[in-house]
Structure formats: structure tokens, C-alpha cells
Design a protein around this ligand. Structure first.
Ligand code: SF4
Length: 309
């Protein structure tokens, strides 16, 4: 039994069977890359917009992407129901009518049961949230906001281009529309120690957030982070260090929060460091073993986390 609220089990509870995500690249951009906010992007992001699962789809239509992914997933995992996941770049960064066309296109097949949209917290407004909320009658809908850290200093350092308050406002607004909200965070960001990372867990635990994706910071080719790494100005977490931190982090989150991801999933050919980031299943196994060895679980320290922050 998992000692955290695992995303796959959560989906099984709702749909009664295995449901798999199909990662899509909608061909959208990002204001942190096109010069609206900055041209540099977040320091860990490469030219493909951090959408590792959707990389192979770039340039294909939404329909083609779904057909291709469905075939692969059905064969490999036996899933018969799917959630379309707009992953690459900023998936609310377009006129409303274009967004509606893209989302509608992705939801035409009977076996699509959900919609998940990854975006920046500074790229939503009420019209977009209302559009997303309109799909909730027929689909499971999640909005995924990149935050990465609850520390201003870190957000500046990684060139996020938005602040923590912006994230809080966008969470509050999405919550008004009844959307499921997932926050993306990264452990091991430059300048952060263990205490700072756990403060991010405290921060998330106080907000109306329904899910979290926890990523390990990894360095990929062609990023500002790669340059810093090559100059020895940043280091990557060791495997044990990461696993222990994830367990500490989970302890502080509410037990009902859905854990959508517990480690990063870098493209093998792009990865510079740490090499163990490639061993996703090994990392997940170690996290589970550590939870058991420490006889702990998600939410074990949650009550304490709301005091004195
Ligand atoms: S917001 Fe996303 S797509 Fe844009 S630069 Fe940052 S990681 Fe890349």
C-alpha cells in the first residue's frame, strides 16, 4: 500500500479503472521566452518548454498526438480511458477562442475523460478559468500552475518572472471556479537549503490546492542552468538526499492532496546531471522504502505545519 495519495489510485477511485494521461504539445509559447516578460526563460527550461512527455509530439496536430499516444499507452499499460494533458510551454497563453478550439479538439473522443492544463500563474484570467470550469460538467478538470518555490529570492534567481503573491492570487481565483489545482515545485533549486524547501511544503499546505507535482532539479542541455552547472555554480541533490527530502515534504502536506509526481522525468539524451534522475522507477521505489523504514506517511506532520508559519 502506498503511503501517499497516489495519482493513479485517485483516478481509479473516480473512474473505477486505470486512466492514463496523454501529454500534448499545443504549439503555444511562453511570455517568459518570447520577450513579453523575458527572453531567457526559467533557468532550467530548454527551448522545448519543459514538456518532456510531449516532446515527440511537437508539430503534430492534436488529433495525431492523441491517436499516436493512445496506441502506445493501450499496448503498454492496457488503459482504456485517458486524460489529455496540455503540457509544453504555457497552455493558457493564447486568445480565448484559440484555447477553446484546442481544448475542444482534444476532448472529441469518447475515451477522453479529463482535461489537465499546465500554465503559469500569471497567464490566467477569469475568462480562461470560466472556460476551463465549463468542461467540469463532463470531464475531470485540473489546472496545473508552475510555482517551483515559495521563496521570492529563488523565483528571482531562476528567472520565473512572477512572484509568490501572483501564484496565491491565481490559486484563489481558480478555487472560486471549483477547479482542481495542482502546483509544480522543484526540490534542489540553487540557493535553497532543506529548511527553505520544506517551507514551500508548509506554504502549499495552507492553500486550497488539490494536488502537487514534486520534481527533482535536473540539468538539461541548452539551458542557463547547464552553464551554471558547468561553472560549478550549482550542484544537484544526491539520490538519498532527494529521497529523504521528498519524504519530509510529503509529511507536511495534507493527506488528501493528490501526489501527481514524485520525481522528474528528463529526456535521456538531454540530461546532463544528475544521472540518477533517469532511474524513475528506482527513485520511486526508494521513496516508498524510506516511507516504510521511517514508518511515516503523507500528512503525518500536517497539523503541525499549520502552526507558527
Ligand atoms: S514558464 Fe514554463 S515554458 Fe516558460 S520558461 Fe518557464 S518552464 Fe519554460
Amino acid at each position: 500500500m502506498k503511503r501517499y495519495r497516489d495519482y493513479n489510485n485517485y483516478l481509479r477511485e473516480i473512474f473505477g479503472e486505470r486512466v492514463h494521461k496523454i501529454s500534448l504539445d499545443a504549439g503555444l509559447g511562453c511570455p517568459n521566452r518570447d520577450g513579453t516578460i523575458s527572453r531567457k526563460g526559467c533557468i532550467f527550461c530548454d527551448q522545448r518548454g519543459s514538456g518532456t512527455g510531449a516532446l515527440i509530439n511537437h508539430g503534430l496536430s492534436i488529433d495525431q498526438q492523441i491517436i499516436r499516444a493512445r496506441k502506445f499507452i493501450q499496448k503498454r499499460y492496457g488503459a482504456k480511458k485517458f486524460i489529455v494533458y496540455f503540457q509544453s510551454f504555457t497552455n493558457t497563453y493564447a486568445p480565448l477562442s484559440d484555447l477553446k478550439r484546442l481544448y475542444d479538439q482534444a476532448l472529441t473522443q469518447d475515451d477522453i475523460v479529463g482535461l489537465s492544463v499546465a500554465t503559469r500563474p500569471d497567464c490566467v484570467d477569469r475568462d480562461i478559468l470560466e472556460l476551463l470550469a465549463s468542461y467540469q460538467r463532463d470531464y475531470l478538470v485540473w489546472i496545473e500552475y508552475g510555482l517551483q518555490s515559495a521563496h521570492h529570492r529563488t523565483l528571482d534567481r531562476i528567472n520565473r518572472g512572477h512572484d509568490v503573491e501572483c501564484f496565491e492570487r491565481s490559486v484563489s481565483m481558480a478555487n472560486e471556479y471549483g477547479l482542481n489545482i495542482c502546483a509544480h515545485i522543484i526540490l534542489g533549486l540553487p540557493g535553497e537549503n532543506r529548511e527553505m524547501m520544506l517551507q514551500t511544503a508548509h506554504f502549499l499546505s495552507r492553500l486550497p490546492i488539490h494536488g502537487v507535482k514534486i520534481h527533482l532539479l535536473y540539468v538539461v542541455k541548452g539551458t542557463p542552468l547547464a552553464e551554471l552547472y558547468q561553472k560549478n555554480e550549482v550542484r544537484c541533490l544526491g539520490q538519498k538526499e532527494y529521497v529523504d527530502l521528498v519524504v519530509d515534504f510529503l509529511e507536511l502536506l495534507p493527506s488528501k492532496m493528490v501526489i501527481q509526481r514524485l520525481t522528474g522525468d528528463p529526456g535521456r539524451s538531454e540530461l546532463i546531471a544528475p544521472s540518477r534522475a533517469k532511474d524513475k522507477s528506482e527513485n520511486l521505489k526508494l521513496i516508498q522504502e524510506t516511507l516504510e523504514r521511517r514508518n511515516t506517511w503523507q500528512g503525518r506532520r500536517y497539523q503541525k505545519s499549520t502552526v507558527g508559519i
